[in-house]
Design a protein around this ligand. Structure first.
Ligand SMILES: Nc1ncnc2c1ncn2[C@@H]1O[C@H](COP(=O)(O)OP(=O)(O)OP(=O)(O)O)[C@@H](O)[C@H]1O
Length: 193
């Protein structure tokens, strides 16, 4: 998405509400847009990181929560493209900040957005042709960086979840060794589970 947003009202109470239903909190049409006279630091909070990856909110449908990290909640969603619906993992700031008050809550969310912004930068770099990209590197499929309440990054959805848990489960079941095979891939040999 690469739109110029006009001024809109900012409701601090709304922003600091702790929601119990994750799907209610994100992408619920409750958007906050760029305030033109915001401090420079605040403006940075809304700047488009990458025009190439920016998507429109209406093209993303959140389906269900699938995990959480230290800085983020992760949902499975469907991204609409002109030709297809693509399953994606959607990483957002956390629904519950655990903050004691509104100010603290916004501070925490700012740090979470910063962490996601940095992650997005790394992802973008890894996709680039100069680095080469790789079939085993998670693909970045989109991002929303200009709407504070909908800040998120979208990657391809991995049906088996996180690799560490997947491998640990295999190890515990004793399946790990049996399922490892080497496949010839041109001149290279690649491990396949
Ligand atoms: N692309 C994906 N496909 C499927 N599940 C995912 C995907 N990305 C994340 N998850 C799920 O969400 C969980 C947390 O995501 P992730 O591992 O990215 O967080 P983290 O790196 O630990 O968090 P943070 O960056 O906030 O510290 C994972 O353990 C996994 O279950």
């Amino acid at each position: 998405m690469n739109e110029e947003y006009g001024e809109s009202s900012t409701n601090d109470e709304e922003e600091d509400e702790e929601h119990t239903n994750p799907n209610e909190n994100i992408f619920n049409g409750n958007q906050e847009y760029l305030i033109c006279d915001a401090a420079v630091q605040d403006k940075l909070d809304y700047e488009t990181i990458s025009k190439k990856y920016e998507i429109k909110p209406e093209n993303l449908k959140i389906i269900q929560a699938i995990g959480e990290g230290y800085y983020s909640d992760v949902h499975m969603g469907m991204l609409s493209s002109p030709t297809a619906e693509i399953p994606v993992a959607v990483k957002t700031t956390k629904t519950k900040t655990g903050a004691m008050n509104a100010e603290e809550s916004e501070d925490i969310r700012k740090r979470q957005r910063q962490a996601l912004r940095e992650e997005l930068g790394i992802f973008e770099h890894l996709q680039s042709s100069s680095v080469g990209g790789h079939e085993n590197v998670l693909k970045l499929l989109g991002a929303m960086t200009t709407i504070r309440t909908e800040f998120c990054l979208l990657t391809e959805y991995c049906e088996c979840g996180s690799m560490d848990r997947f491998l640990q489960a295999k190890w515990k079941n004793g399946h790990f060794v049996d399922e490892l095979v080497i496949e010839a891939n041109g001149n290279e040999q690649v491990w396949k589970v």
